[in-house]
Design a protein around this ligand. Structure first.
Ligand SMILES: [Zn+2]
Length: 462
């Protein structure tokens, strides 16, 4: 018997009800594999299951997406935590996104009724490369502790190792992303742009301080909710910074429109400055509400960049491959035309264009860092607004606001990827990931697993 509504795609793994702290050693195969056994292992959640902490912010789904609606810039007197759940939170489980490396669903956590995002990471164990990639993403999601970076709230309990094929991660649910906001008709004021850009750079500073390059910063990977809170997501292409410049790094990174010139020119080694270039493109896109460099091919992409920045000096192409350098030198000499950036919109003030021009620098060595960009005066208002009424690091007392000591904290330690060295085969990877998930959950809330009886499940597995 169960009183879990069938529409829930996840349910408590009640095999654990009386032994929450013990790893699941004897469970039969997950019913995702279609076995009857899987269905009988679940029951009602224990009433003593801890609820989400009081005051956990609820995010009405009124921003962007198919529902339209507007994003209200939070005012200092508003308190996001006091908002009541909107009718949208009663919506049944449904898909909300499809990435290169998985599907994301909006689901209800049966332990507390909260809407959360459930991401399926498929084809994990096809080969060693995918195994390492997924494990890296999983470990990063569990490592992150920053309000502007999406992190894992939970991982669904894996079945026993022979049946372990897919990984399901639960993250906070966000209503929209910057791509949807930019193409929507809703107004995007200078205040919006400042608070969005501030949070992008705040999250990026944290990632870079942990030694992580995101490598696919684009509007669709910047999740936002109706309170304008922003979180960087999708770490499918992220990797640890390579300190050795003689080590080759893949060129297959970053959606073309946001790809830095050094990557377009085939350099073999790049740094976190490729993410800053992407942020510059997004900043211009927020101002102009159109993609800054929208080219049909990587070569045209480079041409559009040099149309704006002018022909780069040889010194800025030191790391470029021979063919790319020849392409630039073959063309006519172009003068820079940065003044066109003032025509992006009324929001393109001197301050805005100044910061934009520090990000859109051809030579990665001369491009501003994410951390330094945060010191630019353009972001002062965004910082004030964020820490006055949006953040979790500062708080109000009757006499005023108590601000945190570090507005843009770095990571407390670098992300380590040493574990990858001990992964030599798919089976070994499977064991490592299985152990990681099981250990990650020990001592935490009642574990969840996929609910194969849910109405949404059939659609979900397709
Ligand atoms: Zn704060």
């Amino acid at each position: 018997h169960t009183d879990i509504p069938d529409k829930c795609a996840v349910r408590p793994q009640t095999e654990h009800m009386n032994e929450v702290y013990k790893p699941l050693a004897s469970a039969s195969c997950n019913a995702a594999a279609g076995t009857e056994d899987g269905l009988n292992n679940f029951a009602t959640p224990n009433p003593t299951v801890p609820n989400a902490p009081a005051g956990t912010p609820r995010h009405p789904a009124s921003l962007g997406g198919s529902t339209g609606g507007g994003a209200a810039i939070p005012q200092p007197h508003s308190n996001p935590a006091s908002e009541v759940p909107s009718p949208a939170e009663m919506e049944p489980d449904r898909p909300i996104g499809y990435g290169a490396f998985g599907v994301v669903w909006s689901v209800t956590d049966p332990r507390d009724g909260r809407k959360v995002a459930l991401k399926k990471m498929p084809n994990v164990f096809q080969n060693l490369v995918s195994c390492k990639r997924v494990f890296r993403e999983l470990r990063m999601l569990c490592f992150f502790k920053h309000d502007n970076v999406l992190s894992a709230l939970d991982i669904l309990q894996p079945p026993q190792i022979d049946c372990f094929e897919e990984i399901y991660v639960i993250t906070e649910l966000m209503q929209s992303d910057l791509h949807k906001v930019i193409v929507s008709p809703q107004p995007l004021t200078t205040d919006h742009i400042k608070v969005f850009l501030y949070q992008i750079l705040r999250g990026l500073k944290y990632l870079h301080s942990a030694g992580i390059l995101h490598r696919d910063i684009k509007p669709g990977n910047l999740l936002v909710n109706s309170n304008c809170l922003l979180k960087i997501c999708d770490f499918g292409l992220a990797r640890v910074e390579e300190p050795d410049p003689s080590r080759h790094m893949t060129q297959e990174v970053v959606t073309q429109y946001y790809r830095a010139p050094e990557v377009l020119m085939g350099c073999q080694h790049y740094t976190s400055s490729i993410d800053v270039w992407s942020v510059g493109c997004i900043f211009a896109e927020l101002l102009g509400r159109r993609i800054l460099f929208q080219a049909q091919s990587p070569i045209q992409q480079l041409d559009l960049i040099t149309d704006l920045l002018g022909t780069p000096p040889l010194s800025a192409m030191a790391s470029a491959c021979e063919g790319a350098r020849a392409h630039i030198l073959r063309g006519t000499h172009k003068p820079p035309s940065l003044s066109v950036l003032y025509m992006l919109s009324d929001g393109a003030t001197h301050e805005a264009v100044h910061l934009l021009c520090r990000m859109l620098v051809f030579d990665p060595a001369k491009r501003i860092s994410g951390s330094d960009a945060l010191s630019h005066p353009y972001l002062d208002e965004g910082r004030l607004r964020y820490h006055t009424c949006m953040c979790k690091c500062c708080y109000s007392v009757p006499s005023g606001r108590v601000y945190t000591r570090d507005f843009e904290p770095p990571a407390d330690r670098p992300f380590s990827h040493n574990y990858e060295q001990s992964m030599h085969s798919v089976w070994q990877g499977k064991e490592l990931i299985h152990r990681f998930i099981t250990e990650h959950q020990q001592g935490k809330r009642v574990p969840l697993c996929i609910n194969p009886q849910s109405a949404a499940f059939k659609t979900f597995i397709r």
